[in-house]
Design a protein around this ligand. Structure first.
Ligand SMILES: NC(=O)c1ccc[n+]([C@@H]2O[C@H](COP(=O)([O-])OP(=O)(O)OC[C@H]3O[C@@H](n4cnc5c(N)ncnc54)[C@H](O)[C@@H]3O)[C@@H](O)[C@H]2O)c1
Length: 324
């Protein structure tokens, strides 16, 4: 464990990141604007220095990497400062709120030979890898549509709406599975609780190949759903992250060619099966991946491209959402 890591943002999610980075790296700095949070964490990680000023952390020449887990609007300025200080950066999703800002971060990381990795947690989920395998191997046939349900009651956020807080997860997986960027993106939603922060958002995406996708994102919902459905021409697959064991279910269900006599579509219903999915914690895999990228001295081209594509799609959806 030689890579030295400092983290800024020690709230609800930051707490999980600290726990994992402490396992896979040498955690030497913890920073937060809240003295109270720092005092709590300092007890658990006595070897880490705990400033409220980010500049103190960046000034340490022995610090190699910075983890950013603050609210979304702060990601871009903090990531920029860290890259300019010559640190590798892991930044929670999404790294920026505009594609131009994300492009700037990517250019900065490339110019300085630094790793810039967005925290797209689901791309490290073994079940998502299985879905990708099902899609790429052609077992589902041509993918026609994909839709995500990410709903429950709470956590009600004030700094980021449901699209930016919840939608990033589904968007990162949908773009990964489809392998294209959307040419059309429409979003509708409403801010019921905090002015200007949409609690419920419905999104529609159309890709150049004709594939379509939909996302229902909400923290005002009676159902806790973390589900992604892929409808293929030959089979259909569902990733349900609320299931403990049956994370992926493959349905051998499909429409059949129109009969030569009547020209009408029929449907076929076959077996339903559930492939085994490794139990590895996605967050641990994600943190380890960041450290490995640094250790291997490689660029994070794929990770940066994923980040850029997600921010571009979010920007399109946000324009549509605000246009009403
Ligand atoms: N990958 C995931 O599954 C996942 C899940 C939840 C949250 N997140 C992301 O993690 C980030 C943090 O979310 P959270 O739920 O932990 O929020 P939070 O409000 O619980 O914590 C944010 C922390 O950042 C600190 N902070 C805010 N601005 C700061 C600044 N300028 N300098 C230093 N410290 C600052 C706050 O004091 C707080 O301790 C968000 O970007 C969120 O989207 C990711």
């Amino acid at each position: 464990m030689t890579v030295t890591v400092g983290q800024i943002g020690l709230g609800y999610w930051g707490n999980n990141l600290v726990r994992n980075f402490d396992d896979v790296a040498n955690l030497t700095w913890l920073c937060d604007k809240s003295e109270e949070r720092l005092a709590q964490l300092a007890k658990r990680y006595p070897n880490a220095r705990t400033p409220t000023d980010f500049a103190d952390m960046l000034a340490d020449d022995t610090l190699q990497a910075v983890v950013i887990a603050t609210p979304v609007p702060t990601h871009y300025p903090l990531a920029k400062r860290a890259l300019e200080a010559g640190k590798h950066v892991f930044v929670e999703k999404p790294p920026a709120m505009r594609a131009t800002e994300m492009e700037e971060l990517v250019a900065l990381a490339e110019a300085r030979g630094l790793v810039l990795m967005p925290g797209h947690l689901l791309l490290y989920h073994p079940a998502v890898h299985k879905l990708k395998e099902l899609v790429d191997s052609g077992q589902l046939g041509d993918v026609l549509c994909v839709y995500g349900n990410r709903q429950n009651l709470g956590k009600i956020r004030k700094d980021e709406n449901a699209l930016w807080s919840l939608g990033v997860h589904d968007l990162s997986v949908i773009l990964y599975l489809v392998g294209e960027e959307p040419e059309d993106a429409v979003a509708h939603g409403n801010a019921f609780l905090n002015e200007g922060v949409e609690d419920v958002v419905f999104c529609y995406l159309r890709f150049p190949s004709g594939k379509i996708a939909h996302m229902h994102l909400s923290w005002l919902d009676p159902h806790k759903m973390r589900k992604l459905t892929v409808v293929g021409r030959d089979k259909m697959a569902v990733f349900d992250d609320m299931e403990l064991e049956r994370k992926i279910t493959v349905y051998d269900k499909a429409p059949e060619e129109p009969s030569s006599t009547y020209g009408e579509w029929r449907t076929r219903t076959g077996d339903i099966f559930s492939p085994k999915i490794p139990n590895d914690e996605p967050l641990k895999l994600e943190c380890r991946h960041f450290i490995q990228l640094i250790e291997r001295g490689g660029a994070a081209e794929k990770e940066m491209r994923d980040g850029l594509e997600v921010v571009r799609a979010l920007e399109l959806l946000t324009e549509s959402l605000h246009a009403g």
